[in-house]
Design a binder for this molecule. Structure first.
Ligand code: NAG
Ligand code: NAG
Ligand code: NAG
Ligand code: NAG
Ligand code: NAG
Ligand code: NAG
Ligand code: NAG
Ligand code: NAG
Ligand code: NAG
Length: 702
């Protein structure tokens, strides 16, 4: 039992890789070669391109068993076709008709046409390929029903239909295919429905059941309890209700993903007595009560995600015994207590999210220095920011916003060169921003808004390279394949909490994928004074610069015209004087420019995006701004004619200045902006992720 999960999972994840070595002593039969050449020519015609294709090596003069993506049996019959991603994504329409020649190769045992965006209904003729063992059609655009002819695939072990646009009821005969072991069906975009009232008595023994977004309502289907070999269960995104069934806790399943349902009650303690349990994702349900004390007995847990439920009480101390835990997400619950579990050092700990609970006490120190993401935001942590956070030198995201953390920022700033995101918004930090901020060489998002910081903006901020260039981070989802959790399982699962930032005065979400490209600097709502360092204009990767609600004086540097990526520039509620520099007209991405409540004067520059900056509130309460944006003629634009008109102009000027006094302040809504997250994590760490899974598994037992 102990090796059930690991063996199966590894088998599945590698069966497309460890394919048979072609034996070339026989040549493949002519009719099979012709069928393949026919397929190639149809494909080439449809693609209408002379560019190289992955099947260029399919040459009429050679044995088709030697071709790329083709594998033969020892008797030289074509048994495997690996045609995943052969259609470039630049091609808009490819119909399943191009598959026609393939149906003549009746010896096929493996057909992989995943990720090709093929359209149309699944051809009936699939039923003819009766020797198929593995059929992978994931991530195409197939529509219509699952064809009845598939009943005839009497050797089928793996059926992957996920992430298509299939519709209709999932036929119950699927479960009569006695050989079936791995079923992947549904997913986003699919409107297939598993009728939970239909009587299903499986004749197969499934190891993988992946049926996310299959419209399953009612309780977790009880027929699953007959699947004693089950290693993987994904029923996320359905409408499941009721409790976590005891029988499921007893099945010793390795991976259980039930996120985004309406499940209630508590988690049965029996679940954590399973040494097979490696992934448990129950986020966004209605689970409640305390976590079972024995949670730490699930020593094999690698991913535990319980976000968005109503769990309460203390986090059981035993959780720290789970040495191999990579991802722990307890965010958005009602966990409490000032007695944080003592997590020791573990090279596996990578992503811990405790945000939006009721934790109190000091910021916990006893965390592994291997963590890459730590989110403690939205709790009641207090006391000084611990200085030894600096020891966590692998941290990439540190989010402590909405707590009551104190300390002199210059002393407590964690000096972590890998840190990319630091959010300390809405705490009680004092002191000043130290020059050593420039030690944080990876920083691309810095949010210090809503503290009591004083002093100047140090020019050293301008040397933060990742705010100058924001190189895209690897999209490492694509490399992630843990335990057969395919990359899209994670990406689509929407599993991770967003980072929360202030963005464009509204509750706008920045998608996780955008974390890649966003660079933000928010120093607003402090007591920062002095002038804006001209070098701040170097930060051309910044999308948002918010230094509003401080006591900043001096002028807007002309160099701000170099902030070429800037979308939101908020300088409001300061003591800035002088002119708005003409250079701002160079900012092509500018969407919000708020300079209100300063001492600016003169003409608002024209040109480029500046012509669209016509929200009166963003210019209010200054010392004499004028310009077409606010419908006020500037003195220099007034062509004097006779005395009376001049008088009129003067009067409207005075009226305008008066009009701003008493403008309502209510529009300064405090904003929580759903930020992004997580790409990072998975994106950046997939590799380690992947490695660590397998290091962690009892590989020796295979
Ligand atoms: C492909 O190459 C042939 C010969 O070089 C040329 O005549 C044809 O126009 C090309 N087709 C495309 C789509 O570029
Ligand atoms: C299906 O297989 C039968 C023989 O088993 C063959 O006669 C028939 O042409 C095949 N159908 C298609 C559409 O390839
Ligand atoms: C299954 O195969 C049999 C025999 O080849 C055929 O008569 C039948 O129509 C097929 N069933 C479906 C649903 O295609
Ligand atoms: C969460 O649980 C508490 C009792 O522990 C209950 O009073 C509350 O209504 C629950 N909240 C939700 C949203 O279910
Ligand atoms: C920080 O210090 C405390 C004791 O002062 C220690 O228990 C903890 O492990 C340290 N954390 C790190 C990350 O070094
Ligand atoms: C600041 O954080 C506290 C929790 O510590 C929260 O109650 C409050 O709403 C937050 N304020 C803002 C403006 O986000
Ligand atoms: C931070 O930078 C200063 C110089 O700016 C350097 O002396 C110091 O050692 C750096 N600290 C760390 C922890 O890298
Ligand atoms: C800038 O920060 C202030 C204070 O934190 C906030 O009220 C304002 O909405 C922010 N500006 C923008 C444009 O997001
Ligand atoms: C202008 O200042 C007045 C007085 O301080 C204030 O009531 C009003 O809300 C301000 N207007 C804007 C648009 O900020």
């Amino acid at each position: 039992m102990a090796i059930k999960v690991s063996t199966r999972l590894l088998m599945l994840s590698t069966f497309f890789i460890l394919t048979s070595i072609p034996i070339t002593s026989f040549a493949c039969p002519l009719h099979q070669k012709q069928a393949l050449l026919h397929f190639k020519s149809t494909l080439t015609t449809i693609l209408n391109s002379n560019s190289s294709s992955p099947i260029d090596s399919w040459n009429p003069n050679s044995d088709c068993c030697t071709w790329d993506r083709v594998k033969c049996s020892t008797t030289a019959n074509v048994t495997e076709l690996h045609l995943s991603t052969i259609v470039p994504l630049s091609v808009n329409r490819v119909f399943s008709e191009i598959l026609a020649p393939i149906f003549q190769i009746q010896s096929l045992e493996l057909l992989d046409i995943s990720m090709n965006l093929l359209q149309g209904e699944i051809p009936d003729r699939f039923g003819n390929l009766t020797r198929l063992i593995h059929l992978d059609m994931t991530q195409n655009s197939f529509t219509g029903p699952i064809p009845a002819s598939m009943q005839n695939l009497s050797s089928l072990e793996t059926l992957q239909l996920k992430n298509n646009k299939l519709a209709g009821e999932i036929p119950t005969w699927l479960f009569n295919i006695t050989t079936l072991k791995n079923l992947f069906i549904g997913g986003r975009g699919s409107t297939l429905i598993l009728n939970n009232r239909a009587k299903i008595v499986p004749n197969c023994s499934l190891q993988y059941i992946s049926m996310p977004y299959c419209g399953i309502s009612g309780e977790i289907p009880e027929w699953i309890s007959s699947q004693k070999e089950l290693a993987f269960l994904d029923l996320s995104g359905n409408q499941l209700e009721g409790k976590f069934p005891d029988w499921l806790a007893e099945l010793d399943v390795g991976i259980i993903i039930l996120s985004d349902n309406n499940l209630t009650g508590s988690i049965p303690p029996r679940l954590f007595e399973s040494i097979n349990l490696s992934v448990l994702a129950l986020s966004r349900n209605k689970f409640s009560k305390e976590l079972p004390e024995n949670i730490g007995n699930a020593r094999g847990l690698v991913i535990l995600m319980l976000s968005g439920n109503n769990f309460s009480g203390q986090v059981p101390k035993s959780i720290s015994k789970i040495f191999g835990l990579n991802i722990l997400d307890l965010s958005n619950n009602r966990f409490s207590g000032d007695n944080f579990p003592v997590f020791g050092e573990s090279p596996f700990h990578m992503y811990f999210d405790f945000s939006y609970n009721d934790f109190s006490g000091k910021v916990p120190l006893t965390l592994s220095s291997f963590l890459r993401v730590l989110n403690l935001g939205g709790n009641k942590f207090s006391g000084d920011l611990p200085s030894n956070l600096t020891n966590m030198d692998r941290l990439e995201i540190l989010d402590l916003h909405n707590n009551d953390i104190t300390g002199n920022f210059q002393d407590v700033l964690p000096q972590i060169p890998n840190l990319q995101v630091l959010s300390l918004r809405n705490n009680s930090l004092e002191g000043f921003i130290p020059r050593t901020i420039s030690n944080l060489t990876s920083l691309r998002i810095l949010d210090l808004s809503g503290n009591n910081l004083t002093g100047n903006i140090p020019p050293e901020i301008s040397s933060l390279e990742k705010m100058i260039e924001t190189p895209p981070m690897e999209t490492l989802f694509d490399a992630v394949l843990i335990y057969g959790l395919r990359s899209d399982d994670l990406r689509n699962a929407n599993e991770f909490q967003d980072l929360i930032f202030n963005w464009k005065n509204s509750f706008r979400g920045l998608s996780r994928r955008n974390l890649n490209i966003y660079s933000l600097l928010d120093l607003s709502d402090n007591r920062i004074s002095g002038e804006i360092p001209a070098s701040l204009g170097n930060l051309k990767g910044l999308k948002l610069l918010n230094i509003s609600h401080n006591s900043i004086s001096g002028k807007i540097p002309t160099s701000f015209g170099n902030l070429e990526g800037i979308e939101t520039l908020d300088l409001s509620h300061n003591e800035i004087s002088g002119l708005i520099p003409q250079s701002l007209a160079k900012l092509d991405e500018l969407a919000i420019l708020d300079v209100s409540n300063n001492m600016l004067s003169g003409k608002i520059p024209l040109g480029g995006q500046m012509n669209t900056m016509n929200d009166l509130r963003y210019f209010a309460n200054n010392s004499g701004l004028c310009g077409m944006q606010i419908m006020i003629k500037c003195p220099e634009d007034i062509i004097p004619t006779d005395g009376s008109e001049e008088e009129e102009e003067k009067q409207s000027w005075i009226l305008w200045e008066g009009a701003w006094v008493g403008f309502p302040i209510g529009f300064f809504i405090t904003i929580l902006i759903m930020g992004y997250y997580l790409n990072f994590l998975l994106l950046n760490f997939g590799e380690m992720f992947y490695d660590s899974q397998f290091r962690h598994l009892p590989i020796g037992e295979f």
